[in-house]
Write a protein that binds this ligand. Structure first.
Ligand code: ADP
Length: 403
């Protein structure tokens, strides 16, 4: 067996992982620990031959990573036999200075910890995961890949807020953008696909909108291989309606709730990050439940769905204007890859831009995880696609390139 790379992707209450073969880029094993910090956590592991799901104790991220290393030893493939040559860590926030992938040392771990005020949900989890992984797998390099990297070079017109520039600079306040690993991977995959299948395409000038619709959700505008705008900002709270996050909201709502209704800042922070979005509007943060509630006649769920879709349409329209036109729209991540209803509801309203969806292709959805599927008609002026995001593969490639 050739070398492989272990990728760890820590969220606030979960750690996802994949073991990726360097030569074939196949996923040798994958899984996740979720409900970290609850009395009982859940571990799912699959290795191509066999999948298992079991309860584990993971009071914190250190115990979760220990459980992951243990399951590799128990169920295989053994990390020793798989010849792990490096470990890649998705780090959500690199702050104003860190963007390129870096081999991790003690001082980088301290820096990631110090950035916690900018990413309180994610960076402490990333740092804890990195520490235990370095202790358990000390003989190979560990690499941090930053989720903000793709948006580092956003033009100032997109990265700046309309506030005092000196204040913004002094405090590192800008639109950082998140889900960058996914937006970069998907936009590059689509550009390559269109160059092959639509010979008139010039990948250098291709104007794309990528819609990463998972539990967190974000849109990006990409011209050639460069991101020119994105919907998440200083934190992952801005932009689209998400599973539990409000997305765009007038900041005065927060001032008003604190000043007039006795909420603390922490309570408002929690409200907008964890108890808003689809969960608040439609009763669940899972789009499948939202459809079921609509089918049961819930007006709240129907309104929640409509607000979700309207926000998507507004961003697509805004980005078409910002790019002076639009050549491709791509849906990716949990909702984007699996939900034909969200896709058709979003696109139907955009016929004025020359976008036409093919109902049968949309219903059939993604036909191949390795390659995008076109779901627009042959005469559509804009190509609409569904593409699988492979953030872990992208991280593994960046780790391999660095070590
Ligand atoms: P994240 O990485 O942000 O946790 P994912 O990209 O895995 O999220 O997306 C998870 C979300 O995808 C779920 O919360 C659910 O809303 C949605 N989802 C998953 N499968 C489907 C499906 N078949 N139909 C509609 N939505 C789905």
């Amino acid at each position: 067996m050739t070398g492989s790379i272990l990728v760890l992707n820590a969220g606030s209450s979960s750690v996802k992982y994949q073991l990726i073969d360097q030569r074939s880029e196949a996923t040798l094993a994958s899984g996740l620990v979720e409900r970290i910090g609850h009395p009982v956590s859940q571990l799912r592991h699959s290795n191509g031959h066999y999948a298992t799901s079991r309860e584990v104790t993971a009071a914190d991220h250190a115990q979760a990573v220990a459980a992951i290393v243990a399951i590799f030893n128990e169920e295989g493939p053994s990390l020793a036999e798989a010849g792990v040559v490096g470990v890649g860590h998705r780090v959500v926030m690199g702050g104003p200075d860190l963007f390129e992938p870096l081999v991790i040392d003690d001082s980088l771990v301290a820096t990631i910890e110090d950035l916690a005020p900018l990413a309180p949900l994610h960076n402490p989890a990333n740092a804890a995961t990195i520490k235990i992984a370095r202790a358990l797998l000390p003989d190979v390099p560990h690499v941090a890949v930053f989720d903000t990297a793709f948006f580092q070079k956003l033009p100032s017109v997109a990265s700046s807020y309309a506030i005092d520039p000196d204040l913004a600079k002094a405090h590192g306040i800008r639109r950082y953008g998140f889900h960058g690993i996914s937006h970069e991977y998907v936009s590059a995959t689509v550009a390559e696909f269109l160059a092959q299948h639509q010979p008139a395409t010039n990948p250098q000038e291709l104007r794309q909108v990528v819609l990463h619709l998972g539990n967190g959700a974000s849109a990006s505008a990409v011209v050639g291989s460069r991101a020119v705008d994105t919907s998440m900002g200083f934190t992952p709270l801005e932009g689209l309606v998400m599973g539990t996050r409000s997305g765009d909201i007038d900041p005065s709502v927060a001032f008003y709730l604190v000043r007039e209704h006795g909420m603390t800042l922490d309570e408002v922070d929690h409200l907008l990050n964890y108890n808003s979005g689809l969960l608040a509007l439609a009763g669940s943060n899972d789009m499948r439940d939202v459809h079921a509630a609509i089918a049961d006649g819930s007006d709240g769920a129907a309104l929640g769905f409509a607000i979700y879709v309207r926000r998507l349409q507004k961003y697509i329209g805004a980005y078409a204007a910002a790019m002076g036109g639009i050549d491709a729209i791509t849906f990716t991540a949990g909702v984007g890859e699996n939900d034909p209803v969200v896709r058709s509801a979003t696109i139907e309203q955009l016929e004025f831009l020359g976008v036409r969806i093919d109902p049968a292709a949309n219903a059939a959805g993604l036909s191949n995880a390795d390659s995008p599927t076109v779901i627009s008609t042959a005469d559509s002026r804009v190509t609409v696609l569904v593409a699988a995001t492979r953030e872990e593969l992208s991280i593994a490639r960046q780790v391999a390139a660095l070590i």
